[in-house]
Ligand binder design. Structure first.
Ligand SMILES: [Zn+2]
Length: 87
């Protein structure tokens, strides 16, 4: 997905702006892997194979998303990668 397209996305939970961290791009500079973080509610939405996974909480498949996040944590030395913040 192109950066310009991703920049138009907002958090499905509260419609606030998302911060983009890019991990992998293809030769056309499309984003293949990255993570979108809501500045407001701190939810994180992974971009996998160029597709942002932005389901509302009740439809999120954490068992699919979490292994991807764990891989990125190792590869990119990330900490604090809670997908949905605990209250
Ligand atoms: Zn949010």
């Amino acid at each position: 997905m192109r950066i310009k397209t991703i920049e138009k996305l907002c958090c499905p939970f509260d419609k606030k702006d998302l911060k983009l961290d890019i991990f992998t791009k293809d030769i056309n500079l499309n984003i293949l892997e990255g993570i979108l973080t809501c500045a407001y509610c701190k939810r994180k939405y992974p971009i996998v194979h160029g597709v942002p996974i932005m389901s509302p909480d009740e439809y999120r498949q954490m068992e699919l998303e979490q292994p991807i996040i764990e891989k990125w944590k190792l590869e990119h030395g990330l900490s604090d990668m809670q997908l949905v913040p605990k209250n």
